[in-house]
Ligand binder design. Structure first.
Ligand SMILES: *Cc1c(COP(=O)(O)O)cnc(C)c1O
Length: 418
């Protein structure tokens, strides 16, 4: 299949991270915590589509919602009650969001949020965090530069350097570097965009006080703070990282979970900022599939179910148990690895616990990849990179977790002998 796919689709995949070497498995179906490939192999899945599937695959309650929406049609090109209902629910859980707009992906959400921040402030520059991922649009595809003040170097061909010259980089967990950048570029600084917890280079947690100080710093300098909660929104808590860490941004972006597993993105914030969006204001933004009825319906069901069933409490305690047990395994084997994570996210770093992108890069990426393949052979599908977070879903049973711990122990034992 991969040979055929490579002829038709660049790299044989629809998104680069899926191109597992030497070849990815092609999925036939998935249900609950399990994913099955077209050869009939079954894996316990901790990749979970990179975040959206907090209830697991093929959850019946989401499926029924989508089916009943399909009966009423799946695209109208008009406003719907569904989008008003979902907007009301999201704003209820996120006090920082008075108004929001729906888009189709997280990429679109951050792209629109940055345009909004620039339009609202009348300034051009923004700071992103080294190793922070905000989707695949021009302004945010900038390599983690070493000199924090140098111009951003595009991470991809096809992006004129001029397009990223307003993209500045700051290391995560370093408030002094951020303060210096803002001070130096104050006159033209629109915003700081940050994943409150770095989720795309593994879970790298904010050090105590970092987010609060960042909030203070941005307020003092009249710079907008954008929390990219595409991963953390409805993952860490109903109110996302802003609730979990108690820090309130000006603008929030979301995606992944909030559409129940269907394509979605959201950006929202304070009313005076959001009212600048077209057609109430002069900042243009539009989309044929925005507010897509099935995504809206699935999102509503997702949020209600998460709340009613108290899913986060159960998931987070499973997360704690899994991380504690893995830490013990690593320790018993005398490996200098580190188990990191928070809530229902976890990862073993093959090295020290990183505090920023540069430290993540020091981990043993090759070693991790070899481990990934051993785990896959043993029936466990982890994200295929040292840089991607593992996700636990509500569908992971106690049996899955115990089985997982055994398989980790067996495969880490091999590392301890290498
Ligand atoms: C996944 C992700 C995005 C991009 O979302 P897409 O739906 O893939 O476009 C943006 N920001 C963060 C933090 C993400 O994890």
């Amino acid at each position: 299949m991969y040979e055929k796919a490579k002829i038709l689709i660049p790299g044989g995949v629809s998104s680069p991270v899926r191109a597992i070497k030497p070849y990815p498995f092609y999925t036939a179906s998935a249900d609950g915590s399990k994913i099955r490939d077209i050869d009939g192999n079954e894996y316990i899945d901790y990749c979970m589509a990179y975040g959206p599937l907090i209830l697991g695959h093929n959850h019946s309650i989401i499926k029924e919602t989508i089916k009943s929406q399909l009966d009423k049609g799946w695209l109208y090109g008009t406003p719907t009650e569904l989008e008003v209902t979902l907007a009301e629910k999201i704003t209820g859980y996120y006090p920082s969001i008075d108004m929001l707009r729906f888009v189709s992906t997280g990429t679109e959400a951050t792209m629109s949020a940055l345009r909004l921040a620039r339009g609202f402030t009348g300034r051009n520059k923004f700071v992103k965090i080294e190793g922070g991922f905000h989707g695949a649009h021009d302004a945010v595809l900038v390599k983690a530069g070493s000199g924090a003040t140098t111009l951003g170097e595009p991470d991809s061909l096809g992006i004129p350097t001029d397009f990223t010259k307003y993209t500045l980089q700051s290391p995560y967990n370093d408030i002094e570097a951020m303060a210096g950048l803002i001070e130096k570029n104050k006159d033209d600084m629109a915003a700081v965009i940050i994943e409150p917890m770095l989720g795309n280079v593994g879970p790298v947690l904010p050090m105590t006080g970092y987010l609060k100080e960042l909030r203070k710093l941005t307020l003092e300098n009249d710079v907008l703070l954008i929390f990219d909660e595409v991963i953390t929104g409805f993952r860490l808590a109903m109110g996302g990282a802003q609730e979990y860490f108690g820090v309130i941004p000006d603008i929030t972006t979301m995606g992944k979970i909030v559409g129940g597993g269907l394509p979605i993105g959201v950006f929202g914030g304070r009313r005076e900022i959001m009212e600048m969006i077209s057609p109430s204001g002069a900042i243009y933004q539009a989309g044929t599939f925005s507010g897509s009825p099935c995504s809206m319906a699935a999102g509503i069901t997702m949020l209600d179910y998460l709340k009613q069933e108290n899913i986060h409490e159960k998931l987070n305690s499973t997360g704690n148990y899994l991380r504690d047990s893995l830490s013990k395994i690593v320790e018993d084997l005398g490996l200098d690895y580190n188990v990191c994570g928070i809530a229902s996210m976890f990862k073993i770093f093959f090295g020290e616990e990183p505090r920023n992108y540069q430290e993540v890069l020091k981990c043993d990426q090759e070693g991790y990849l070899a481990f990934f393949h051993r785990m896959l052979e043993s029936g466990i599908f982890l994200p295929p990179s040292q840089f991607e977070t593992n996700f636990i879903s509500a569908a992971h049973s106690k049996e899955d977790i115990e089985n997982t711990l055994e398989v980790y122990a067996e495969n880490l034992l091999i590392d301890s002998r290498l």
